[in-house]
Design a protein around this ligand. Sequence first.
Ligand code: BGC
Length: 499
Amino acid sequence: MAGGFVAFSGDSPAFQAKMTVYVFICVVIAAVGGLIFGYDIGISGGVTAMDDFLMKFFPAVYERKKQAHEDNYCKYDNQFLQLFTSSLYLAALVASFFASATCSKLGRKPTMQLASIFFLIGVGLASGAANMYMLIMGRILLGFGVGFGNQAVPLFLSEIAPARLRGGLNIVFQLMITIGILIASVVNYFTSSIHPYGWRLALGGAGIPALILLFGSLLICETPTSLIERNKTEEGKATLKKIRGVEDVDEEYQSLVQACEFARQVKDPYRRLMKPESRPPLVIGLLLQLFQQFTGINAIMFYAPVLFQTVGFGNNAALLSAVITGSVNVVSTLVGILLVDRTGRRFLLLQAAVQMLSCQLVIGIILAKDLGVKGTLGKTEAMIVVILVCVYVMGFAWSWGPLGWLIPSETFPLETRTEGYALAVSCNMFFTFVIAQAFLSMLCAMKSGIFFFFSAWIVVMGLFALFFVPETKGVSIDDIKDSVWKRHWYWKRFMLRGA
Ligand code: BGC
């Protein structure tokens, strides 16, 4: 998500800065990028459960689905159907490497504009698709949009925010993702009853935020860091004055210039990332992405309607349940924003691991006991499953969801921050792709065992958090080596060697 190069102006909340209306507008427009990402995550599950869509592109899946209860767990197992969902993340993974270059060579603003153009073409192709190739091509272009947008937007938000609000704004991006997912599930719910082109409307819906991002991005400024980085120092200073709403920005400006010069001196940041002293943030940053995805969250986010149909809900009830889990996701992310700087990161990671584990285990047991391959769940049991899914989503949304992004953004030192963060993003996209591509086949092969599979991962990640993730609450971003790594029972060995 962070591109090419980033220089935060230190951590000092002492710089004079107001939260200006202009910054507010910039934040709102840029955050629309997160909303589009969330919309794309949420829309595919609903669309892939719509009969008109299946009849047109996946007749074999439609036939299997019609033979109701033939096999609960396997009716949606189809590699192409999964490719429809997953191709977006593979494309995003590839695009993020290019986006990293455009972010530093052209700036954050043009990178966001490129994202919105990819989004618009992608939406056009997917919603107007006459065949599977157009459909997948559309998803790939949407993926390019996600790759460019997810690189530029969080970076833009961090650079434009006054230092004291940076952490909160980081999670605003996650909040927008969850709002996007929720909007998508509401759209799925309403468009599913519009025949035969409801799915076209659902996929086309992403065009509205894409247009907002395209035209909105004409109004926003380039970040001072990006301008200074590209030697447009005067313009950089003028922009800084404008966004901070004060005349005296000398101190912050100097700090930015210094940060840029310092970062320029590090010729090969990727090499530096391989050194022992980079080991703790690198290992934690990358493993958090694997763990975040292997909580099984996207099995729910992508395929909630499909999953709820599996346990015996009708089309509409399944879509409605997805709206409910989507709302729980948004509200609990808000709770996360409130808690993260009070309880700290570790408490949330550990507490949520216990919560998610309990839910997954009980869901697994209910399905194993009562659903079977051809049966259905009773009404009460199906309701219990929905409630457990909600409690599970709740835990994820105030912990591993936002913290998966926050921790890598605050643990790499300045000289490798962008590169480290970019690797974390690519890693996240990769594991998102793996889950999207494999989940329906895993569900078919493992049946209710899939919930025990995710449970086992949650145990592993809980132990990892317990022993290897230190608390970074309230630690100054540039002081992390001395006050965190050098004092940690395990990670300190890399510091002594590398220091
Ligand atoms: C994850 C996404 C997930 C979303 C759910 C994000 O933090 O990266 O993969 O779909 O949370 O809210």
